[in-house]
Design a protein around this ligand. Sequence first.
Ligand code: HEC
Ligand code: HEC
Ligand code: HEC
Ligand code: HEC
Length: 216
Amino acid sequence: MPPLMRPLSRGALLASALVVGALLVPRPTPSAIEGSAHDFSAVDPSQQICIFCHTTHRADTSVVDAPLWNHAVTNRTYQLYNSPTLDATVSQPSGASRLCLSCHDGTVAVDSYGGRAGVIFLGGRLAIGADELTNDHPVSFLYDDALAAADGELHRPSATPSGLGSTIDDDLLFNGRLECSSCHDVHNGASAEAIGEKLLVITQVGSQLCLTCHDK
Ligand code: HEC
Ligand code: HEC
Ligand code: HEC
Ligand code: HEC
């Protein structure tokens, strides 16, 4: 496999444009996929951004609830996280988490979209699923009030504010399930406080992200 090609999303030109922007504007505007880690327009012949993941027609519907998907999907089966204190029933990554892993397990090329066979593979720290999911925060499980009660140190998702406007359930869960997107916004539309923090939806200053759900 070719190594991760880091500059793929940020050419020298784009990088300098971003630096200039940073000097002029005190804080980047939220909801900005342009120029973010997921802007690969530099390697698309027509310089599109969304096309690596979405299409308006003939989308791949193999993953349930996938949003008009246009990227080749990983078919890997993973070993999952477990521990003596884990109460949740964790399943193979489904929904949006399987879509993330379709680049982030290192088996499918970033530029395998729209039927193309790509050549740029993720590696190293960015390939979250490459070494199985045994050492990662669990994803793809139901996080409901019953789980919170069983665990005793989790906030009730139906009633606890997320800090993003509504409850944990409304803002952070997908069909009641915790997924990669519970913590990350793939489109870089995170809350302004979390800008620059690995696409997190809530800042990690004071471990605020963790304490949103964990009652520690
Ligand atoms: C690197 C992959 C990727 C790129 C690039 C991307 N998306 Fe997405 N998008 C996703 C994933 C994964 C989801 C579903 C999970 C989620 O919402 O977090 C999603 C969900 C969506 C949704 C439905 C949910 C929502 O957030 O409203 C819309 C609409 C959307 N994307 C539009 C866009 C547009 C428009 C662009 C280009 C400007 C774009 N996306 C670029 C991966 C991507
Ligand atoms: C089409 C391939 C693709 C998909 C799908 C994808 N990513 Fe990525 N992601 C990348 C690449 C490539 C990078 C590294 C870009 C760089 O460093 O220039 C990256 C970087 C990241 C980073 C690090 C950001 C930073 O600032 O260092 C996070 C976090 C991330 N992705 C999370 C996700 C999540 C969560 C999803 C699903 C909701 C997802 N990605 C879907 C390709 C993808
Ligand atoms: C419970 C919250 C949470 C979940 C769920 C989660 N992440 Fe993360 N992720 C984080 C945090 C926090 C960081 C920053 C860690 C750091 O900087 O050391 C991070 C970092 C990353 C990075 C950057 C790694 C690096 O070293 O630069 C990638 C890529 C990533 N996550 C992808 C994913 C993918 C893919 C999934 C789903 C399989 C996922 N994350 C699920 C919280 C989460
Ligand atoms: C969106 C809610 C949410 C966020 C945000 C979140 N977690 Fe979790 N986390 C959970 C749930 C729910 C479980 C499953 C707990 C269980 O079943 O015992 C879990 C499981 C865990 C576990 C494994 C527990 C065990 O018994 O093995 C650890 C450790 C953990 N989270 C730490 C963190 C850290 C650290 C952060 C911040 C980076 C974080 N979590 C962010 C909801 C969340």
